[in-house]
Design a protein around this ligand. Structure first.
Ligand code: HEC
Length: 146
C-alpha cells in the first residue's frame, strides 16, 4: 500500500513538471506562429488598401523578416510535445518523426520572410505569394487536417 502510494506520488512529481513544460512549449510556438500570421495579415491589409498605412509597410516587412528567422522558429518547434500537455495544438507527430523535412519548411519560411524584409517599402503581392506558399506547404504536411 505504502509502496503504491509512494510510486503514485513519484509519478505525479515526474509527470507534473513535464506536462507544464509541454504546455509552455506549445504556447510558445503558437505565439511564434501568431507573430508571423499577424504580420501577414497587416501586410495584406495595407497592400489591398483596406487600411491607409502605406508608410508602415517597410516596418511590417522588417517584422516579418524577424518573425520568420530560424533563430526563433527552430527552437520553438524543437521540443517534441506529441501526445503531451493539455494546451490545444494542431501540430502533428510527423514534425518530430520527419524533422529534416520540417526544418526544410522552416528554412523556406525564413528565406521568404527575408525576401519580404529586403523588399521593404516596395513589398508587393509577389513576396506575399512566396510566403503564402511556404505557409501552405508546411501547414498541409504538419498540421491536423481541417
Ligand atoms: C515549417 C512549418 C511551418 C511553416 C513554414 C509555417 N507554419 Fe504556421 N504553423 C505550423 C505548425 C506546425 C502549426 C501548429 C502549431 C500548434 O498548434 O502547436 C502552425 C500554426 C500556425 C498558426 C496558428 C497559431 C495558433 O495560435 O494556434 C498561424 C496563425 C500560423 N501558423 C501562421 C503561419 C503563416 C502566416 C505562415 C507563413 C507566412 C506559416 N504559419 C508558416 C508550421 C508552419
Amino acid at each position: 500500500m505504502m509502496r503504491t502510494l509512494a510510486a503514485a506520488l513519484l509519478a505525479i512529481c515526474i509527470a507534473g513538471p513535464a506536462m507544464a513544460d509541454a504546455d509552455a512549449s506549445i504556447k510558445y510556438r503558437k505565439n511564434a506562429m501568431k507573430a508571423v500570421g499577424s504580420q501577414m495579415g497587416s501586410i495584406v491589409a495595407i497592400l489591398k488598401g483596406e487600411v491607409d498605412n502605406k508608410d508602415a509597410l517597410a516596418t511590417h516587412a522588417a517584422l516579418m523578416g524577424a518573425a520568420t528567422k530560424m533563430a526563433i522558429t527552430k527552437p520553438a518547434f524543437m521540443p517534441n510535445t506529441d501526445g503531451q500537455g493539455s494546451e490545444k495544438t494542431t501540430a502533428i507527430g510527423a514534425i518530430w518523426s520527419d524533422w529534416a523535412k520540417f526544418e526544410e519548411g522552416l528554412m523556406a519560411l525564413e528565406k521568404a520572410g527575408q525576401a519580404m524584409a529586403d523588399a521593404g517599402a516596395n513589398a508587393s503581392f509577389d513576396q506575399v505569394k512566396a510566403l503564402g506558399a511556404a505557409c501552405k506547404s508546411c501547414h498541409k504536411a504538419f498540421r491536423v487536417k481541417k
